[in-house]
Design a protein around this ligand. Structure first.
Ligand code: ANZ
Length: 856
């Protein structure tokens, strides 16, 4: 009988909902397990297969941990502030509130149709005033702690979106969202001092069970560099320029300085005659992204500013240039150029004919890889010494001494610290640490975000709103377009902006910026602990019980944004004594991208995969017979290779979809969608169902069945715990193959297998469970225990005789060879004494039963 997935799945979804099967409360008598998904932005296009992938993985863990006796917190909510709803509002006039509500309803329905075991009573949405009241409150805490400030900043302004974007939202000079060009522009903005936490954010990575690659991304993003600041006096002026270098050992070789085009001293330092040229250069540079500016392959550009500095070690007069390969956002925005030993400086010097002074004689032994193929050491040496080649390796320092300092015989590390000490003594510099991490630009010029709980007074002072004044709602408006001058749509609503502050009794202006979408997702995992609390953001006891999140699963695209911001807020909350753990997410795993094959005809038009058939490794359009080009790429509507979970659920069922997405391959790998393979998973479920409902089912049990059952439980347990869901499923498939070869199917073993199936295909598992006659829902039933006896091959009792008399018995795995049993027998003292050291004349061996040794 074909199993009816529609009837079964809706039956159990209803049952779980009515019984609130996954509702959970803090309960100190049980161990807790908090398993969290990266909650979705409820977009208009609904759930995609990538959501299903991560959410199935966590659901398997949630269900498994419940079976294992844990008190499991598995919540779901909506990251529902965001640009698309606002842009839709601009286009259609529909209030983002409405669009968001509609999208959330769709998402909720879709998630429920997958049978995820969420405690739906904890559902939350970041755009709900009951939620963002507390986001605003946390902002006031950051402000009070001095971690939020306003600054005139060079920001990425996107005219098309009418808003400022964070560095992380910009790629290649374009907005990641929509690809619109981005300009650099000074504007007053709210900034969060994440840099104050740089060191802790780095150090505490060691506390976490996260993929190493992901930790590395955070380490690189924070970008800690040990180096030195060096002060260069300006010729004929009482001023200095400070540079940051990681190679203070090369200071003798610094032959010019380079300032970033945004450097604040540039204007005053530039010689009158160079002013026009420098200004023009600054203008050009403001149009380029940081990435384009620092690209090694890019042709170097720059302008001499007409002024000289003095090298503090050798008194050499060196020219000052401006160039956009130096970024204002890093170090001091100025560098000492050492063209002999730094590639970029070398190229720059070559292009503008600046002096190149080699100060390191190459160590060819350690750096043989730096000798270009086809060149002799001697040639390289000659070129380096003549300043015709840049040497980036180590070696012996040359031309590197003055009256008090001699680097000649020092290693690189020794030379660095010798120079730093020398500079420190002369008040010309010191060792220092620099981070690539910048403070976090925290304001946006949007309507659909959390308003800042801040009032500005005429005298320039401000105050944050008190808790009793929160949530601060935005004005209800019809026109969602930005003000067009860089200010947000809120700025246009003057009767909302200009108020009489009752608490201070004076006129005030509301802040019109809103917070970025990252704000709400910085702490939602805490609100899930206590989502209905109206008095507090969360209850301390609950926080203490549930935190940290034990397992967090989501896409790798959040490696540095969400995950760094959330860690930062969490650490601030920790320092305020508001949370009990240093880190929010103890174990984290990434899900891989699901990609799909797309097809294009000779006109490069995409063809619907439904119209394509495969023949001899070629892809052919059914109707025209045309051979198509094909490639595997990210799913997208325009490429017609997207898959809608709803369609798959309709045709094959949610259990098949869940199973398939887990069977595709390891969780963290990229995987290629193949709808045919979904039906393979469906067939497996059918076989499982047929087995459980077969008339071969028996109350008896036999050794072989026990062995299969216990081995399955053992293997599935190990695989689930290692998040190796694909291999767990493979083992269930093997189990069915073996088990259905048995003459009869012991019910107790089917029961065990059903318990293994449950986390993966919960609807069918519940149905089978009920069919087997068990009353209590399966999800509340403990996972079966493994009896290790059944894990090895079945045992046989070997009887060992000497001259036909029984001298010993051994329970050993079946099918051992004559040699093995003979060896064991001879090594056993109780038996060997009957052999009396005599020669064995003859051995009689009956496999799995008997060994008889004959001696004189
Ligand atoms: C002299 C020197 C000689 C350098 C040498 C390198 C090699 P990391 O490791 O990434 O921290 N630098 C400093 N500030 C910069 C800025 N704002 N924009 C562009 N480049 C900048 O890199 C530090 C090195 O990058 C510094 O050390 C400086 O060049 C350059 F053989 O100083 B170095």
């Amino acid at each position: 009988m074909k199993y009816n997935h529609k009837a079964i799945e809706s039956k159990w979804q209803k049952n779980w909902e009515e019984n609130k099967a996954f509702k959970v409360e803090a309960d100190r008598s049980k161990p807790k397990y908090y398993v969290l998904d990266m909650f979705p932005y409820p977009s208009g296009s609904g759930l995609h297969v990538g959501h299903v992938e991560g959410y199935t993985a966590t659901d398997i863990i949630a269900r498994f941990k419940r079976q294992k006796g844990f008190n499991v917190l598995h919540p779901m909510g909506w990251d529902s502030f965001g640009l698309p709803a606002e842009q839709y509002a601009v286009r259609t006039g529909t209030h983002p509130q409405e669009t968001t509500k509609k999208n959330i309803d769709t998402f909720r329905k879709q998630l429920k149709s997958l049978g995820f075991s969420y405690d739906w009573d904890r559902e939350l949405a970041t755009s709900d005033p009951k939620y963002y009241k507390w986001t605003q409150w946390i902002f006031t805490k950051l402000y009070e702690k001095g971690l939020a400030y306003e600054a005139e900043m060079l920001v990425n302004y996107c005219p098309a979106l009418g808003t400022v974007l964070a560095n992380e939202e910009v790629e290649d000079g374009k907005a990641k969202e929509g690809g619109h060009p981005v300009e650099r522009k000074p504007l007053k903005q709210w900034v969060l001092k994440i840099t104050e936490y740089a060191e802790k954010l780095l150090d505490d990575l060691s506390l976490l069970d996260w993929p190493e690659g992901l930790k590395k991304l955070q380490v690189n993003w924070i970008g800690k560099s040990l180096g030195a600041k060096v002060l260069f006096p300006i010729e004929n002026r009482n001023e200095t320029i400070e540079v940051f270098t990681t190679r203070a050992d090369t200071l003798f070789g610094a032959t010019f300085l380079v300032l970033s085009p945004e450097h604040p001293f540039l204007e005053t330092l530039t010689h009158e005659q160079s002013k026009a040229e420098v200004q023009e250069y600054q203008k050009q540079a403001s149009k380029k992204s940081d990435l384009a500016r620092t690209d090694l392959a890019k042709d170097k550009s720059g302008v001499f500013i007409g002024t000289y500095a003095i090298n503090p070690l050798n008194g050499r007069k060196i020219p000052i240039w401006v160039s956009d390969y130096v970024l204002m956002g890093y170090g001091t925005g100025a560098i000492m150029a050492v063209p002999g030993h730094d590639e970029r400086d070398f190229e720059f010097a070559r292009k503008f004919n600046l002096p190149i002074l080699p100060i390191i004689e190459p160590d060819f032994e350690t750096y043989s890889q730096l000798i270009p193929i086809g060149m002799e050491k001697e040639e390289v040496l000659e070129e380096v010494l003549k300043g015709k080649r840049c040497w980036t390796g180590e070696g012996r320092y040359i031309y590197s001494k003055n009256e008090d300092l001699d680097l000649s015989n020092l290693s690189m590390e020794e030379a660095k610290s010798a120079v730093a000490k020398y500079l420190e003594k002369k008040n010309a510099g010191k060792e220092t640490t620099c981070y690539k991490l910048r403070d976090w630009l925290f304001s946006r010029q949007r309507y659909w975000g959390e308003p800042f709980p801040i009032l500005h007074f005429e005298d320039g002072t401000k105050r944050v709103l008190d808790l009793d004044e929160l949530p601060l709602l935005p004005p209800d408006i019809q026109d969602f377009r930005p003000a067009g001058d860089g200010r947000s749509p809120l700025a246009k609503v003057t009767d909302w902006v200009d108020i009489q502050d009752k608490k201070e009794g004076k006129a005030a202006k509301r802040e019109t910026n809103t917070m970025p979408q990252w704000a709400g997702s910085c702490w939602y995992y805490l609100r899930f602990l206590d989502p209905q609390n109206e008095k507090r953001a969360w209850d301390a006891d609950k926080e203490n019980y549930w935190m940290p999140v034990d397992l967090y699963v989501g896409g790798v695209e959040h490696a540095v944004l969400h995950l760094l911001y959330a860690r930062f807020w969490h650490k601030v909350l920790y320092d305020l004594g508001l949370v009990s753990t240093k880190e929010p997410f103890q174990q984290l795993r990434n899900q891989g991208l699901i990609v799909a094959r797309s097809y294009q005809n000779k006109d490069n038009l995409y063809v619907d995969p439904e119209e394509v058939m495969e023949k001899n490794g070629q892809y052919i359009e059914r109707k025209s017979g045309e051979v198509l080009k094909s490639q595997i790429e990210k799913m997208s509507k325009s490429k017609l290779n997207g898959i809608t979970p709803d369609d798959i659920i309709e045709e094959f069922g949610a259990d098949s979809l869940r199973l398939y997405e887990m069977f595709m391959g390891p969780l963290d790998r990229e995987k290629v969608w193949n709808t045919d393979a979904v039906s393979g998973c469906r067939r497996f479920l059918q076989r499982f169902y047929d087995m459980a409902t077969s008339d071969k089912v028996t109350e008896d049990v036999n050794e072989e069945a026990l062995r299969l059952g216990h081995r399955l439980v053992h293997q599935v347990t190990n695989d689930i715990e290692a998040l190796q869901f694909n291999t767990a499923i493979a083992k269930m498939m093997e189990f069915i193959n073996e088990f259905t070869k048995l003459e009869s199917y012991p019910k107790s073993i089917i029961k065990m297998a059903t318990q293994c199936l449950m986390p993966f295909a919960p609807h069918l598992a519940e149905e089978i469970w009920e069919t087997l006659g068990f009353k209590e829902n399966l999800n509340a039933h403990p996972f079966p225990d493994v009896n290790p006896v059944y894990l090895t091959d079945a045992l046989a009792t070997y009887i060992v005789q000497v001259n036909g008399k029984v001298r010993g018995k051994f329970d050993l795995p079946k099918n051992r060879s004559e040699e093995e049993i003979l060896k064991i027998a001879k090594e056993n003292e109780l038996i060997s004494k009957h052999l009396g050291g005599k020669e064995i004349k003859k051995v009689i061996f009956v496999p799995n039963k008997l060994l008889n040794m004959v001696v004189d």
